[in-house]
Structures are given as structure tokens and as C-alpha cells.
Design a protein around this ligand. Structure first.
Ligand SMILES: [Zn+2]
Length: 330
């Protein structure tokens, strides 16, 4: 590895200049859109198949988003945050978050859990359609899309570039409380630790993404079973209506944590609270209740924003939890 001898700026400039994609990013890797694009040209998988009992499940990556680590660990002491990131070999000035949507196929229906970001939160989302194609499917093959909450990184792909329905046959399920808060009103987002222009774009991206499905959206209350084998779980706090999901078949289960945690390093292995949580106390209580269930019942977990494919388990520790990634299955 010669990369550590290069500084980050050298690498970014090289990537921008179209230098060889064999150049290994430094520990701050994948900093820029160009670096990210270069890395994807190596053709690594963006889909991952497994089973939950009789249900066929596939994680489909929509790519990545990211931002300053502080946004995702709002109450972390600065020195400790820096140390945790360094110990995890992560950049200290930028955190990359994956977008792990889940396709489940059960009883002849194809249901996409989370729509992904598209380009609403940066240039590195929107890969879900390529990853669907890679498993032989197109957007028209999706019967339903179920979102945990309406932040842009979960609904961004619902709208095509020309304003149409990106999944033309799909019924779209959205938590009712989120619809009321983000779509029916102009929400006060001053709790989000981001610049005002970001908040304005964020709020607009939600309304814009959901506009094509306005007339036919199915609003659900967390706790409802969407189809047999896919149950929603109350997990409010991050947003008014956020749900998490339990996929179940026979004795097998998979627990999806939606945005109870952004990155395991700061929100599982450490108890820090994401800045975008609207009601931090309620969000933290939801996180503990659902993480406890995962740890106690040893349920496999899928983290929407965790490193791809985002599968693993929660381990209960003396002070909290630890994330244990699952072994890759061929
Ligand atoms: Zn999210």
C-alpha cells in the first residue's frame, strides 16, 4: 500500500484528473464524487441475496450519501468522536453512509423496503435501478414500496427525472404521521444541525419525491402488517412516524433498524444521538427497545445506512451494544 504516503488532496486531484482507478484511497477515502465514481468502476456487487424462511430477500444498494460525522453524533465529546473514528480507520471529517434497500419476494409479490435517495442528497445515490437490472428486474416489476419515514434518502427514488412515478405499478406505503408532518405542512426543521439552505432543499426534496404518488399513497400506522411476513414496528423519534420492520417466515426473522442508527461506530458501539432526530429522547428510547429485542432474541439485523450489505447482529455489552457484521454468504 503506497497510499498512506500520499496526502488526501493529491488523491482527490488525481481522481478528478481521471488518474488510474487502481490508486488506493487513503484513510479518508471516497471523499469526492469523482473518487466514488472511480471506485465503482471496479464493478463490485451492489446486491446481496439471502433468505428469511420462505421469503427471498435481496439487499439492493442505492449507493451512498454522507456528511460531517458531527451530524450523526450530535452529543459526542469532540475528542472522543475523533478518537473513535480514527480507531475505526474512518475519516474524521466525513462519514459515508450506505443506502441498503431491501427487496423481499413473497407470495408472488415483490416489495421494496425503502426507496433510497436517488440524487436528492448528493451525486452518489440512485444506483438502485442498475442493481435491480443486475438481478434481472426493472422498476415495473415492483408491486409495493414501503418506506420507514419520509426523509429524502428513503423516498428520493419515487420520482422520475420528468416527474412521473418511478415504480409505475407499485403501491407506496408511507407512515401517516410523517405524511402529515412533512407533506401536509411546512415543517419547522430548525432542530436539524445543518445550514438553513440545506433544510430548505431537504424539505422540498421530500414533497417533490412524494408528489407523483400523492393521489394513491397508502398511509399506514406503525404496528401494521403490510403483507404477511412484513410487519412494521413503532420507532418514532427520528421523525414523528418512523417505523422499523420485521420480516418473518416460520422461525426465521430479520429486523430492519431504519434510522435508529446511522453508522454502527457512532450509534451502536457508542450511544451517540443523530442530530436529525427530531425528538432525541423518544428516538433513543425506540433505539434501546428495538436493539434490546434484536440482542435478546438474537435476530439478524439489517441497518439501512450500515456498511453494505448492512447485515449482522446486535450484541449486548456492559455499557450498551456492539455491532457484529454477518459473514458474507456465497
Ligand atoms: Zn436515512
Amino acid at each position: 500500500m503506497n497510499a498512506p504516503t500520499l496526502n488526501r488532496r493529491t488523491i482527490i486531484l488525481s481522481a478528478v484528473a481521471g488518474a488510474s482507478s487502481t490508486l488506493i484511497p487513503d484513510l479518508g477515502g471516497f471523499r469526492s464524487a469523482n473518487a466514488q465514481t472511480a471506485s465503482s468502476s471496479s464493478g463490485n456487487a451492489g446486491h446481496y441475496r439471502f433468505r428469511v424462511g420462505e421469503i427471498s430477500a435481496t439487499v439492493l444498494s442505492d449507493g451512498v450519501i454522507g456528511g460531517p460525522p458531527r451530524v450523526y453524533a450530535s452529543n459526542a465529546p469532540e475528542a472522543e468522536l475523533q478518537e473513535v473514528l480514527r480507531h475505526a480507520f474512518l475519516p474524521t471529517d466525513h462519514m459515508t453512509l450506505n443506502l441498503n434497500t431491501l427487496l423481499i419476494e413473497t407470495s408472488g409479490r415483490r416489495i421494496l423496503v425503502e426507496a433510497g435517495a436517488g440524487k436528492t442528497m448528493g451525486p452518489n445515490g440512485g444506483r438502485i435501478f442498475d442493481n435491480l437490472a443486475a438481478i434481472g428486474l426493472g422498476a415495473a416489476d415492483i408491486d409495493a414500496v414501503v418506506v420507514s419515514h419520509t426523509h429524502p434518502d428513503h423516498v428520493g427514488n419515487l420520482r422520475t427525472a420528468d416527474g412521473g412515478k418511478a415504480f409505475p405499478r407499485a403501491t407506496v406505503f408511507v407512515p401517516k404521521s410523517d405524511w402529515n408532518f412533512f407533506v401536509r405542512t411546512d415543517p419547522d426543521l430548525s432542530y436539524m444541525p445543518v445550514p438553513e439552505d440545506f433544510r430548505v432543499r431537504f424539505a422540498a426534496a421530500i414533497k417533490n419525491s412524494l408528489q407523483p404518488v400523492t393521489n394513491e399513497v397508502e398511509l399506514y400506522e406503525a404496528g401494521a402488517e403490510i403483507v404477511p411476513g412484513l410487519t412494521t414496528i413503532v420507532a418514532s423519534g427520528h421523525t414523528p412516524g418512523m417505523a422499523t420492520f420485521l420480516v418473518h417466515s416460520g422461525n426465521d426473522q430479520l429486523l430492519l433498524t431504519a434510522d435508529l442508527a446511522y453508522h454502527p461506530v457512532v450509534n451502536v458501539d457508542r450511544p451517540w444521538l443523530p442530530g436529525p432526530d427530531r425528538d432525541k429522547e423518544t428516538a433513543f428510547a425506540s433505539r434501546r427497545r428495538i436493539f434490546d429485542r434484536a440482542a435478546t432474541d438474537r435476530i439478524p439485523v439489517l441497518g439501512f445506512h450500515f456498511p453494505f450489505p448492512g447485515l449482522g447482529r446486535m450484541l449486548k455489552t456492559d455499557g450498551g451494544y456492539a455491532w457484529v457484521p454477518a459473514n458474507w454468504q456465497f
